[in-house]
Write a protein that binds this ligand. Structure first.
Ligand code: URA
Length: 434
């Protein structure tokens, strides 16, 4: 087989077969196929797309390029969740204990990642002593005993995706549906949960900016996931403004805990209830959506989910007292308000740009290996649709220095668009693709 022939075939709109896709992915992972040929292939896929069969074969070839986690030692149904990424997304921190309190095991591997804030792992490391390093045996033992674990990745899962994603990032080929589907699903399949729920974000702070694209991605993900033998449900949700009311690391843990304590009832809890409902129903522990939702609500109201969270923090070496006394999760000392300079209604909060404010403060990572400051971040006092008077606090910044804080105040004010007319918010959950 010759790579140039495969590139030509795809360039001319042909479909690659299983053997061709496997040969290409193996060759690229081993280094036999150079980046310049793979770049040309990615661009051809970007323009010509892939059939559902090709996307499935690409996913399976990438899955088979590396290690797989064996979750067979976990008793009962195992679930996993993935989000296509968004600003202020702390969903896993609530969803895992809520679902575990209802009797479904959550086995999650998480990365640190690049971006506006750290990944789930960085957020959890706000708990003094918390560790995500554990052997596969310890991971399985904890899931069995506590109901869930969130660990860092040590096994070499999907090396083909690591290499390909880095290449796509610098060749303007990230935004290709089949490449996104195979990249997301090969990693989820390598972890091996039975039920996978996917939160597909849609809006200015997401990969998929329109509803049509987000639903198309959701359908492609569920199609390939089902063909791989998994129960996969995708929920399309709004990312036109940051999720919830905080962006950062420790500050997002504060919000997650307050929400688990029942102090807030915003879209963050709604999202967890919708995602959790899919998991409980697909796992068979709830007969239908209403029963699943009632179980999740009860897990929060009874304090069972918060207790699960404390048990999880303790099992991973953190101080569980901080779950009940969040003052132990220390925020950066310079606290500055962003005040409205005009009256009206919040029309938009540019999620992507709010993420950049967090990056500027030191809460995110621009390059692999950068350190992050867990204490910096921001809290949004007003969300889309809220009325605003001159002088109202739109948001509060937590910065390490006055200088960084003052710049962040200016940056964050620019993220808010205030209109004179009343603003109606669209639905937060746009649909569920089963
Ligand atoms: N997330 C991934 O893991 N891969 C993509 O291609 C896009 C989002």
């Amino acid at each position: 087989m010759r790579m140039s022939d495969l590139i030509m075939k795809k360039r001319d709109g042909g479909a690659l077969d299983r053997d061709e896709i496997r040969w290409m992915i193996e060759g690229y992972t081993k280094g036999d196929i150079p980046d310049y040929q793979m770049s040309a292939m990615c661009m051809a896929i970007y323009f010509k797309g892939m059939t559902p069969d090709e996307t499935f074969e690409l996913t399976m070839a990438m899955l088979d390029s590396g290690d797989k986690i064996d979750l067979s030692g976990i008793n009962g149904v195992k679930a996993d969740k993935h989000s296509t990424g968004g600003v202020g997304d702390k969903t896993s921190l609530l969803l895992c204990p809520m679902v575990a309190a209802c009797g479904v095991k959550m086995a999650k591997l998480s990365g640190r990642g690049l971006g506006h804030t750290g990944g789930t792992i960085d957020k959890l490391e706000s708990f003094p002593g918390f560790s995500v390093e554990m052997s596969e045996e310890a991971f399985i033992k904890q899931v069995n005993e506590v109901g869930f674990a969130i660990a860092g990745q040590t096994a070499d899962l999907c090396p083909a995706d690591k290499k390909l994603y880095a290449l796509r990032d610098v060749t303007a080929t990230v935004a290709s549906m089949p490449l996104i589907v195979s990249s997301i699903l090969c990693k989820k399949l390598a972890v091996g949960a039975d039920v996978i729920v996917l939160d597909v974000k849609c809006g200015s702070g997401a990969f998929m900016q329109t509803e049509d694209d987000a639903f198309a991605l959701a359908r492609a993900l569920t199609d390939v996931g089902r063909r791989a033998g998994k129960k996969v449900v995708a929920v399309v949700t709004d990312m036109d403004e940051p999720l919830g009311v905080t962006v950062g690391n420790a500050i997002e843990v504060h919000e997650a805990l307050a929400t688990l304590r029942g102090e807030y009832r915003g879209e963050l809890m709604e999202l967890c209830l919708v995602l959790g409902t899919q998991i409980l129903r697909e796992s068979g522990v709830a007969a239908d959506d209403d029963a699943a939702r009632a179980m999740l609500e009860h897990a929060v109201e009874s304090g069972a989910a918060l207790e699960k969270f404390a048990a999880f923090v303790k099992a991973q070496g953190g101080d569980p007292a901080a779950v009940y006394d969040p003052k132990k999760l220390i925020l950066a000392p310079v606290c500055l308000d962003v005040k409205a300079d005009r009256a009206g209604y919040v029309r938009r909060i540019q999620a992507e740009d709010v993420g950049l404010v967090s990056m500027h403060l030191g809460g995110g990572r621009a390059a692999k290996g950068d350190s992050i400051d867990p204490g910096v971040g921001l809290a949004l006092g007003k969300k889309v649709g809220d009325p605003v008077a001159v002088g109202d606090v739109l948001a509060t910044i937590f910065a390490r220095t006055e200088e960084a804080g003052e710049k962040a105040v200016e940056m964050l004010r620019d993220c808010y668009e205030i209109s004179a007319e009343k603003v109606e918010r669209g639905p937060f959950v746009k649909g569920v693709v089963k």
